[in-house]
Design a binder for this molecule. Sequence first.
Ligand code: ADP
Length: 546
Amino acid sequence: MNQAVRNEHLAVRQELMDVSRGNLTEARDRLENYWNNAGRLFETNSLPAPALFAAAIRAHVADAVVCLDADGKPIYPDLNFRPQPGEVFPEALALQAQARSLLATSRQAAAIAVVTNSLVQPRFLHATDAEGRLIVPSAELMACENGGPPALLEPLSAQLLDYSNNMPAPQRRFLMQRVARLFPRAPVFPTLAGEELAARYLEARPPDIWAFPAAGGRVLLLFDHNSLRDRWQAVLGTNIVLLPPGQDTRDYLLAIAAGGHQPGWQLALAAGGNRLFDDAAEARIASYVWIGILALTAVAALALLAVRLIRKQAAVARLRNDLLANVTHELKTPLSSMRLLVDTLLNAPQIHEETARQYLQLIAQENLRLSRLIDNFLAFSRMERNKCAFDFTQTSPSAIVDSAASAVRERFLAAGCQFDAQAAAGLPAISADAAAMVTALLNLLDNAFKYSGERKEIRLRADAREGTVTFAVQDNGIGLAPREIKRIFKRFYQVDQRLARTGGGCGLGLSIVQFIVLAHQGDIRVESEPGRGSTFFITIPALLTP
Ligand code: ADP
């Protein structure tokens, strides 16, 4: 079992590995596709370098961009920016110097006035100093830092975000950083992080910034490693991670190269997938176990059904055999004794009347027994075929007692048996098939006779109690052990077959009695003690008569 579970784990793991490899390959294709599209985006672009820088960052194509000229030198951001000739405004420079000296002598208000009144003019918009820095934004920042009106922030921010002006990247970065510090509540400059990242890249090319050359090497898309990983996480899903070059992949389940555009990078399946494998394997094993249990239960149920069917068939076959054997035997016995008696009479040279009468009586007895047997067989057969139709009418219990008693009285008394039949006075009527009820009582009386010794005392009674009428057949015979009492109503059951044979009978009598009683909504019970006799009680509901 353990081995099977282990094998299943391995099989599921292998299957999931294959699926995961497929997922990783698909992720790599997506990555490649992305870079191809990104590259194409810049190929067809004709924006000036600073505008392209800002547009790429705003569109989230990259964290930062470096635009290069044909020789591979950075155009924007350019750390060594030089001013274009003709843009140096001595007048603006003079005003800036004036404001600075006023500040140096602590005349802030006058310095701010120089900036706001004289310097902030459209004609000085592109004025630069000797280093190529724009004069107006620098002066505005200086005014802001020295208590100038906050309204100055607006034109200053507008110039910092205007990538069509000729502000050099280092100045823009510097001013943005100072403004951000001065006005922490003001909206963050969306390109500041890109400016900083690009500067960091151009200064030192650190290993945690990855550059993707696009547009034939004229544009470098820059990505901070962490941001690249996060950026991809959304696309790749939670289980796949993008690993920078040199990262150990031992903690991951599976890793493949991230593709030609990101040499050295790897796409890896997170170790959390381990649980995924185990969960999938366990789920599958659980489903197998359930299917197994269901299959076993189904097989067991079918087997049980088959066993029952076979048992039933066997019981039917046994019943048929028993019946045949019993019928043959029971019919043969009275027939052969009658034949013997008749033959004796026929072969006798002279027939004494007394002997003849005696023999004829015996023949009549055997005949009676024979017809009782045949009646029982017929009743049994009808019972088996559910064809036993009863004719229920309002019947007097004493009439039933009388019929049964008169059927046996002569025979019982002739055999020296004490027989007494009595129905209590004023018994309520019952709904009954009188003939069937007489048959039931005759069976009980026959048994009482058969299973009693030499000095037979047999009583038949009928009494009323609590809305019922009870018929009781009592004998002083051999009695029954308690465990026998439960069995005697089964078809063909005989406590002592030898004894039953001599008495004549085939174990059907009581089952017929029980059948008749149940058909009358009644109940049969026995009180008996071995050696002291038995009493059989048949209780039938009384009819409610006015
Ligand atoms: P059978 O034809 O053998 O009498 P029954 O169905 O009438 O069949 O009775 C089943 C068995 O119950 C009998 O074989 C006998 O052993 C036992 N039995 C029935 N009535 C009595 C009785 N009054 N006293 C003792 N045993 C009895």
